[in-house]
Write a protein that binds this ligand. Structure first.
Ligand code: BEZ
Length: 238
């Protein structure tokens, strides 16, 4: 058990905070975070360790989908508390040797941060001693183009992430910004969206019924149509 972690505790960044700044060495050279990513969304995510199976499946999946995230103006940055040479050897092994679920010859082109001192991992609350005091949990930070943290998801060591969900969350947040709407449970582009703010539906309904095909389930719960084409053409062109 880690008896030291109380003294090393730092406040964890929260949704709405500016992303804590750091400089780091990565597999793609040095980065300044989040300054280098100004104007883009960026997903900063941690994994427990190089040369482990769940992490390998995740890196292959994320790398295979990197261009899809890039089209949505989102860059990827990985982190573990391993050193640079371990990262390089692991990514080379993935490219040269691993064939998994139809993915092969996968080159991880996004930066992978070396964080042997755990300074970045601690800053972002990625070391959660109840789970492990020597490895980062699977944290995912969505940072918007202004450097603000917009969503945070944590997974335990044993649970590989769902990258479709990360993409869905990214598109949903971008749609919320672009159209001043909210998105309901399990929303996908093309599904009806929620017209905020709650409580204004009566007014909005009177004014807009027939124009925007609003549907109110009660005074606090109204939706309207928003086509997938409109969402994707807005989000993917930025
Ligand atoms: C894995 O990626 O397979 C893994 C890493 C650390 C603990 C458990 C599983």
């Amino acid at each position: 058990m880690d008896t030291n972690h109380e003294t090393q505790a730092q406040p964890m960044p929260r949704i709405g905070d500016k992303a804590p700044e750091f400089k780091a060495v990565t597999t793609q050279g040095e980065i300044n975070f989040p300054g280098d990513y100004s104007g883009s969304w960026v997903i900063l995510f941690s994994h427990p360790a190089d040369f482990t199976p769940v992490c390998t499946s995740e890196f292959m999946t994320f790398a295979a989908q990197e261009s899809k995230f890039a089209e949505a103006n989102c860059k990827l940055v990985g982190l573990s508390v391993d050193g640079l040479y371990s990262h390089i050897a692991w990514l080379r092994t993935i490219k040269e040797k691993i064939e998994y679920r139809g993915m092969k010859d996968i080159e991880v082109k996004f930066p992978l941060i070396e964080d042997i001192t755990m300074s970045v991992a601690r800053k972002y609350g990625m070391i959660q001693p109840g789970e492990s005091s020597t490895k980062a949990v699977r944290a995912v930070f969505f940072v918007d183009p202004k450097g603000t943290i917009r969503a945070i998801i944590y997974y335990p060591l044993s649970l590989g992430r769902n990258f479709e969900e990360l993409y869905r969350a990214l598109i949903a947040m971008q749609a919320a910004d672009a159209f001043a709407i909210a998105t309901p449970a399990d929303w996908q582009p093309g599904d009806d969206v929620i017209v905020p703010p709650a409580g204004s539906c009566g007014v909005a309904k009177d004014r807009m019924e027939g124009k925007e095909e609003m549907k109110c389930y009660d005074w606090f719960f109204c939706t309207k149509k928003l086509s997938a084409e409109k969402v994707l053409s807005t989000v993917l062109k930025k």
